[in-house]
Design a protein around this ligand. Structure first.
Ligand code: G3H
Ligand code: 13P
Ligand code: ZN
Length: 332
């Protein structure tokens, strides 16, 4: 099965009240852990590569790794550029085999974001590639862009219609309180539950609802949506790691978002935590091991476990591969 775009995935996800997981990939074991779990659960997925991933692994390796996954998995997979910083990066991914690109103009003033996004949309659509853009700024680290927590700007709902109409973009990432990384909130922003676990403030569902009203039937994207699963944080910390007060977005809030206009949920930090947990646990328990397969393999197994959990209990995309494929075939 060839790589697919995201149009049909988002249509089905919107109508069916679920979301597609967009998982960041950087090497073979990450691709395998994600796609094996998705194939087992018959879930459509998006594999996405950041500028950092393309620099680390090289574009050709990433594209061929994802194509290799398609040879062994019978599910719809889209390959997406995460946080494209400029037109040239997006063009190189459109030309290089990606089926979806993000142009992240969120750091620019509104009009400049529109101009840049429209330029990418015009080029990508000529080549049958879909485009995601972003309005509003997430707190935390966005690839090369650093936004301090107190400078986070929520998306302004009264800007979204003009933005989507003037750019022709296919999906829109919005800022409603999520942020990148494993430390999404400071402890002082949170309360603690009975087990001492940090509980962060609620996402701004009021903004999401406003956006939804203004953009009916339009797919919304959530970045910075890892839940920072405490099981993996604990394994890391119990085996020599030092991730104090790591906190993410609670799963019930992500599930609520997935039932709304949110059709794409981005997950990277959770994958990093799962991989690191597997490696640290193995290395601590077996200090004599020096065969990389013996410690990266357990990392891959935790990624598999994590992605299966997300698909079933957070995204709700299990058993949706067939309906997406049917729509893709009907639209051909
Ligand atoms: O949004 C950022 C992603 O987690 C990618 O991070 O630039 O370190 O690959 P990266
Ligand atoms: P997390 O850091 O929450 O996994 O977010 C990843 C992301 O948004 C990639 O674009
Ligand atoms: Zn992101």
């Amino acid at each position: 099965m060839p790589l697919v775009g995201t149009k049909e995935m988002f249509k089905k996800a919107y109508d069916g009240g679920y979301a597609i997981g967009a998982f960041n990939v950087n090497n073979m074991e990450i691709v395998q852990g994600i796609t094996e779990a998705a194939a087992e659960l018959k879930s459509p997925i998006i594999l996405q590569a950041s500028a950092g991933a393309r620099k680390y692994a090289k574009n050709a390796y990433l594209v061929h790794l994802v194509e290799a996954a398609l040879d062994v998995c019978d599910i719809p997979i889209a390959l997406h550029l995460d946080h494209g910083a400029d037109f040239e990066t997006c063009k190189s991914c459109v030309d290089g085999g990606f089926t979806s690109v993000m142009i992240d103009g969120s750091k620019y003033p509104f009009k400049e974001n529109i101009e840049l996004t429209k330029r990418v949309v015009d080029y990508a659509h000529e080549h049958n590639v879909v485009v995601e853009a972003e309005l509003g700024q997430l707190a935390g680290i966005e690839d090369d862009v650093k936004v301090k927590a107190n400078e986070a700007h929520y998306t302004q709902p009264d800007e979204v219609e003009e933005f989507v109409k003037s750019t022709g973009v296919d999906s829109l990432a919005i800022a409603i309180g999520t942020s990148h990384g494993a430390f999404k909130f400071k402890p002082e922003q949170c309360t603690r539950n009975a087990d001492g676990i940090l509980v962060p403030p609620e996402l701004r569902f009021d903004i999401l609802e406003e956006v939804e009203k203004r953009l009916p039937d339009f797919p919304i994207v959530l970045h910075g949506a890892s839940s920072v699963i405490q099981k993996y944080v604990k394994i890391i910390n119990d085996n020599g790691g030092a991730l104090k007060d790591a906190v993410g977005i609670p799963e019930d809030q992500l599930r609520k978002a997935a039932k709304s206009a949110v059709c794409k949920i981005n997950i990277d930090s959770d994958l990093r935590l799962a991989m690191t947990a597997g490696i640290r646990e193995t290395m601590a328990a077996q200090p004599d091991v020096f065969d990389p397969r013996k410690y990266i393999g357990p990392g891959r197994a935790y990624i598999h476990e994590l992605v299966a959990h997300k698909i079933k209990y957070v995204l709700g995309s299990d058993n949706k591969a067939d309906e997406v494929m049917e729509l893709i075939n009907a639209n051909k």
